[in-house]
Design a protein around this ligand. Sequence first.
Ligand SMILES: [Fe+2]
Ligand SMILES: [Fe+2]
Length: 387
Amino acid sequence: MSVKSHNSSDDGPSRLVFVCDVDYLEHARELSARLGAPLRLIGEIAPEYLQNVDHVVVDADLRDMESIQMLKRALDRVPAIRERTYLVDGGNSERLLKVQANALGATRHMLRRFALAELQREYSFVGRRRSPRVTGSLRGAPGGVSIIKAEESLEALFEGLLGDSAMSLQGVSLAAAGVLASVSEVGAGQWLDTVRKHHEGTFQHCLLVTGVAAGYVRGARLSSAQAGALMNAALLHDIGKAAIPRQILDKPGKLTPEEFEAIKRHPGAGYEYLRKHGKVSPVIMDAVHHHHEALDGSGYPDGLKGEQIAPLTRILTVCDVFAALVEARAYKTARTPQQAVEVLIDMTLTSKVDYEPVRVLAASFGIELPANVGGLVKQVAGVKPLG
Ligand SMILES: [Fe+2]
Ligand SMILES: [Fe+2]
């Protein structure tokens, strides 16, 4: 794996901030937004802005004496910032700009035109390899071999997206088919347990969605083409998260509006990547693009409503929500399938998701629900309160 994690330790995302001058405001704004990191103009840096910062990226004209003086004043006050990256343009003045950056305390330089890709790589979660010992224990666990294959496929996809390079649909299809076969053999509950014991964060989530989709496929009446499309879409659905910084994806608390805006870009990023490199079917592309839409129009990125959302996409949404609820994270306990189904029922009753996929999915986890929403409403109203 060529991608390294930015963090010197693996115990949490580091804090990245941007500073810029007016000349590079537009450029810096784009960069910081894509990385979900805050940005300040050099002349407007309050002392607290640079407190507890691990890495500052400077996007400024290093020939401008005024910018240089302000930068010196601001950064000299906080010697604790370990990493100071200065963006420079290539060409004739590159050497001179680097010398100037060094004089300002740069710990490294980055060519402006590669900065976004480089920083995205550093701040993504890709590249956290498990030890051979853990891989060995995963291989021997129920469903382990199919999980390893799916994980390898995901790694290749995330790398592909970050490097803007081609992907292998065949690899995805093989891995997804392997998950389906494995879930049929060991059962969805057992398969998900193995994932939860061996994976964390976004990898865990993508694998869980694939396992949940396999559970769904087993209980649903789908053609083999539909089943294959759902499985592939499940494995692919969040690949756009490769472009979102880890400190946002793994943030335990509430997201700021800017961070949420960054998160909201992942369906579009995944879709764009597949459109450009994937050669996947429009049904799968749509599922990747619209898995966060809601029937009442309250979802993102396009606020689609009801029938505007394709049937397979709506099924994937239900699998995605279920998987997110049963996820194990350091800062929250995983919900049981019963609790996840109860949340999905609430979402059905508030017109966010379809009832039928919820019913089918619940059945694959041994939870029997009434055949239609009418029966469900009766159940909620009186016979047996839920939640
Ligand atoms: Fe997503
Ligand atoms: Fe997801």
